[in-house]
Each structure stands twice: as structure tokens, then as C-alpha cells.
Design a binder for this molecule. Sequence first.
Ligand SMILES: [Fe+2]
Ligand SMILES: [Fe+2]
Length: 164
Amino acid sequence: MTNNIRDEIIDWLRDAYAMERGLEVSLKRMSESDQHCAEWREAAAEHLTDTRRHVVKVEGLLKSLGSKAPTLKTGTAIVTEPLKGVDTSMTRDERIKDLLTSYAMEHFEIVCYRALISAAETAGLPEVAEVCQEIIVDEERMAEAIYEHLPDAVQEHLAVSNAA
Ligand SMILES: [Fe+2]
Ligand SMILES: [Fe+2]
């Protein structure tokens, strides 16, 4: 029984690793995009640093459980899946779509780690639960920052659109 839970945890950690690697790509793009204001670029850059730390932490957990991280190719496929409904390329409101997608992704991360915490507690792996809880704190901070920033970004977007 415990072995099955352990395998499940390994699977979920591999998914989490892939998700974080995928988010690294989108956060890097946003932190460098002139579509975004300086404030958002900075927030994306800061969370990029968090995300790289998450990658290292999740990789460390996988190693501690005798497994290893999946390849980046797998990761890209997994992380773009939830974003399929939102095409952010070549749209004038890219900056708003990025914020909506990012907010959804932060919450997706939060529930993935929440699920891992629950399984880790059942499997008697408190160190896994502890690391996942540390990561959740960063995701919640980013989600909050997006929520706070969104109205300003919308106003800015509308002002630019009206002036065009
Ligand atoms: Fe993360
Ligand atoms: Fe995140």
C-alpha cells in the first residue's frame, strides 16, 4: 500500500517538475516582453527565480525517493496542455491574457502541491510535505501579486487601445 502511494508521489513530483520547467519558459518570456509594463516584467523575473528554485527542490525530492526528473520535452507537452484555450500569440491584449493564464497556472501549481502534501502525509514522508508547503508559499505570493496588478494592467491596456 505504502509503496503504491510512494510511486504515485513520484509520478506527481515528475509532473510537478515538468510543470515548473514549462513555467520557467513562460515566465522568462514575460520578464523580457515589451508587451508588459516594467512592474509586471519585474514580478515575472522574481517568480522566475522562485520557479528555478522549485525545479531544484522537486528534483531533490525525486532523488531522495530514488527517482529522477523527466526530460524537458515531456515537461513542455504537459504544461502547455492547460493553456490551449488561451492563445496569447499575436493578440493585442497579450498582456491581459498572460495575466489571466498566469493566475490560473499559479492556482494549478498550488493544488498540485496540495495534493502531494496530502499523499506525502499518508505515506509518512514529512520532508516531501514540508518542501511542497514551502513552494506553495511562493505560488500564493505570485497569485496575489497578479490579482493586485490586474486592474491596473486592464486600465493601461484600455487606455492604449482607446488611444490607437
Ligand atoms: Fe512553482
Ligand atoms: Fe508559480
